[in-house]
Design a protein around this ligand. Structure first.
Ligand SMILES: [Zn+2]
Length: 218
């Protein structure tokens, strides 16, 4: 069975890390809109510069831009390769757009996983998060430290703190999340796709929680 999953949950609940580990274990592609957007900003195109300014202000990028990037990626994957969408959709409108893209490509979702953690847990995690400036691999100073301090295990590039992991931006992100994304939980529940995952524990425990659910789906 080809797994096609959507990951929901507030920033800092650890969905990026969990998705990364599951993708390695199940040979899926992790499609993070954050990464798709950073890829575009990294190219220094006009679109990339516009995206950069929006991200730095803590706002979300327009649906049309994200949808285009997501559609191109899914087209590339075709029917054989599974994926985890991490960070898209964020709103009911985007969920509709995603459904349109999937229908067009003849693909179907197997589940929407709501990765949940408390505000306390989230704040502790985000303040320690670092990612590789080159390959995007995610670390945490305490929970997932790199082998060598400040350097990526995979490509030896310098680890950086993303601008949107800084406290003043986190606040905006959490508020925006609650306002716009929370109704998605209901949307996927009504479609019978929702699975709520307790992600307050250590990474391995959280992954085990997901694997248990996957065992039922597969
Ligand atoms: Zn790297």
């Amino acid at each position: 069975m080809v797994l096609r999953l959507v990951f929901l949950g507030p920033p800092g609940a650890g969905k990026g890390t969990i998705a990364q580990r599951l993708c390695e274990a199940h040979k899926l592609l992790q499609i993070s809109t954050g990464e798709l957007l950073r890829e575009e900003t990294g190219r220094g195109t006009e679109l990339g510069n516009k995206v950069k300014a929006i991200m730095e202000s803590g706002q979300y990028v327009e649906d049309e831009i994200v949808a285009e990037l997501v559609e191109n990626k899914l087209k590339e994957l075709g029917e054989e390769k599974g994926f985890i969408l991490d960070g898209f959709p964020r709103t009911i409108k985007q969920a509709g757009i995603l459904e349109g893209i999937l229908n067009k490509l003849g693909l179907k979702l197997n589940g929407a996983f709501d990765i949940e953690a408390s505000d306390e847990t989230i704040i502790e995690r985000l303040s320690g998060r670092r990612s590789c400036g080159k390959c995007g691999k995610i670390y945490h100073l305490k929970n997932i430290p790199p082998k060598e301090e400040g350097k990526c295990d995979k490509c030896s590039s310098v680890l950086v703190q993303r601008n949107d992991d800084k406290p003043e931006v986190i606040k905006t992100r959490l508020e925006t999340y609650r306002e716009k994304t929370a109704p998605l939980v209901k949307y996927y529940e009504e479609k019978g796709l929702l699975k709520v995952i307790d992600a307050n524990g250590k990474v391995n425990e959280n992954i085990q929680n997901v694997e248990t659910i996957l065992g039922v789906i597969e």
